[in-house]
Design a protein around this ligand. Structure first.
Ligand SMILES: Cc1ncc(COP(=O)(O)O)c(C=O)c1O
Length: 396
C-alpha cells in the first residue's frame, strides 16, 4: 500500500478517536523508527513507554518467536508454567502479593477498583479518591477515576463513587476522606498530567492515614513501572509500599499486557467468578514479560537509567540555560519533561521534521521518556535535534 492509500483507508475505515501526526512508520529497531519513505527517526517516546526497552528488542523477539511455536494462548481455566513463573517473579520483585493478569493499564486499574469494592463490602465502603490531573485509563470507570474533566465530562452520567483530591495537598485529601472511602489511588509521577512528582512527605502522610483508617493504598505504576525511575518500581524510590499496584506498558515490551498485584491479605477476595479477562496472562504474553524482566536484570538497565537519566537531565538543564522559552525541567530517571512558553505541539512537529519523536502534554509540557536502554550517543543526537528545533521555535 502506498502512503495515499494507507491514509485513505484510515479515513474511511478507522474510527478517528486519536489525534495523529502525519507520519507512517513501517519498521523499528532499538531507539529508532523508519517511516514509509525510509527516513530514520530517533524515538524519545517509544510507544508511550510501551516499547520501554526499545523497538523489537532482540531477546523479546527471539523468545516470542520460540513461544508461538509452542503455545500461544490458553484459557484461564487451566494452568501453565509461564504464568506461574511470571507471577512469582513479579511478586518476589515487589511486595510479595498475588497477581491478576489482563491486557492494558485501564484493565489493571479496573481490577484494582473491583478489588477495592470487594474489600469495602463488609464495612459498606466503596468510594475511591484519585488525584486532580491524574490519568488512569479510558474505560468508563477508569476515565471517571481520571481527575481531568476534559476526559470524562462528555460521558455523563458517570459511575458513582469517585472523588478527587489535589495532588500533594494533604489537608485537601483529609477533607475528602469520609467513612465511605475504601481506597486512594496515586501515580507517584503523574505522567499524562505533566510529569508531576509526588512529595515524599505527602506520600508518607497518605500511607499513615491509610493505615489508620483501613483505606487501601493503590499505586498506578502503569507508566512509572519497570525501570523508568532507576528502580524497578517507582514506589521503591520513596520506600513506601502500596496494598495494590497496577502495571502495563513496559511490562510486555510491546506485547499488550496488564497486571494488578495485591497484598495477600486482600487478593483472595477475588475468588472464582468475581473477575476475569479472556486473554489475560496467556503463555505468549507471559513469555514476553519474562523476557523484559530478564533483559532489565541481565543488561543492568536500572543502573543505565540512573546514569543516562542524570546525563539527559543535565543536557536538558543546559538547553534551559540556552533557550529562554524553556521554563522548567522535571521528573525522575528517564521520565523527564520540560515546560516551554510556546505551543508544545509545534515543537513536537518541528522535532519530527528534524527526525526526533517526543510528546507534548497539557499544551506546553514536553515529555521525554526514551527507552531505558538508551545510549549516551543517542541522547547526544536527540539533544542536538532538540537544540536545532528550539532555535527554529524561537524565531516563530
Ligand atoms: C498512569 C496510567 N494509568 C493507566 C493508563 C491506561 O493504560 P492503557 O492505555 O494501557 O489502558 C495509562 C496510559 O497512558 C497511564 O499512563
Amino acid at each position: 500500500m502506498d502512503k495515499e492509500e494507507i491514509l485513505k483507508n484510515y479515513e474511511r475505515y478507522v474510527i478517528p478517536s486519536y489525534r495523529k501526526q502525519n507520519l507512517i512508520f513501517v519498521k523499528g529497531k532499538g531507539s529508532y523508527l523508519w517511516d514509509i519513505d525510509g527516513k530514520k527517526y530517533l524515538d524519545f517516546f517509544p510507544g508511550w513507554a510501551v516499547s520501554g526497552l526499545g523497538h523489537c528488542h532482540p531477546e523479546i523477539v527471539e523468545k516470542i518467536k520460540k513461544q508461538v511455536e509452542i503455545l500461544i494462548h490458553l484459557s484461564n481455566n487451566y494452568y501453565h508454567p509461564w504464568q506461574a513463573l511470571l507471577a512469582r517473579k513479579l511478586s518476589e520483585l515487589s511486595f510479595g502479593g498475588k497477581v491478576f493478569f489482563c491486557n492494558s493499564g485501564a484493565e489493571a486499574n479496573e481490577a484494582a477498583i473491583k478489588l477495592a469494592r470487594l474489600y469495602g463490602r463488609r464495612t459498606k465502603r466503596y468510594k475511591i479518591i484519585s488525584m486532580e490531573n491524574s490519568f488512569h485509563g479510558r474505560t468508563l470507570a477508569t476515565v471517571t477515576m481520571t481527575g481531568q474533566r476534559k476526559y470524562n465530562e462528555m460521558f455523563e452520567p458517570l459511575p458513582v463513587g469517585f472523588i478527587y483530591a489535589k495532588f500533594n495537598d494533604f489537608s485537601d485529601l483529609c477533607e475528602k476522606i469520609d467513612n465511605e472511602v475504601v481506597a486512594i489511588i496515586l501515580e507517584l509521577i503523574q505522567g499524562e498530567g505533566g510529569i508531576n512528582v509526588i512529595e515524599k512527605e505527602y506520600l508518607e502522610n497518605v500511607k499513615k492515614i491509610c493505615e489508620e483508617k483501613d483505606i487501601l493504598l493503590i499505586f498506578d505504576e502503569v507508566q512509572t513501572g519497570f525501570g523508568r525511575t532507576g528502580k524497578l518500581f517507582a514506589y521503591q524510590v520513596f520506600g513506601i509500599e502500596p496494598d495494590i499496584m497496577t502495571l502495563a506498558k513496559t511490562l510486555g515490551g510491546g506485547f499488550p499486557v496488564g497486571a494488578m498485584i495485591a497484598k495477600r491479605e486482600i487478593s483472595d477476595l477475588m475468588s472464582p467468578g468475581t473477575h476475569a479477562s479472556t486473554f489475560g496472562g496467556s503463555p505468549l504474553a507471559c513469555v514476553s514479560c519474562l523476557a523484559v524482566l530478564e533483559a532489565i536484570e541481565k543488561d543492568n538497565l536500572l543502573e543505565n537509567v540512573k546514569i543516562m537519566g542524570n546525563y539527559l537531565r543535565n543536557k536538558l538543564e543546559e538547553l534551559k540555560k540556552e533557550f529562554s522559552i524553556i521554563r522548567k525541567v522535571k521528573g525522575i530517571g528517564l521520565m523527564l519533561a520540560f515546560e516551554v512558553e510556546r505551543d508544545g505541539d509545534k515543537l513536537v512537529e518541528i522535532c519530527a521534521e528534524n527526525g526526533l519523536l517526543i510528546n507534548c502534554t497539557h499544551g506546553n509540557i514536553i515529555r521525554i521518556m526514551p527507552a531505558i536502554n538508551i545510549k549516551k550517543e543517542e541522547i547526544d543526537e536527540g539533544i542536538e535535534i532538540l537544540r536545532k528545533s528550539l532555535k527554529r521555535m524561537e524565531f516563530q
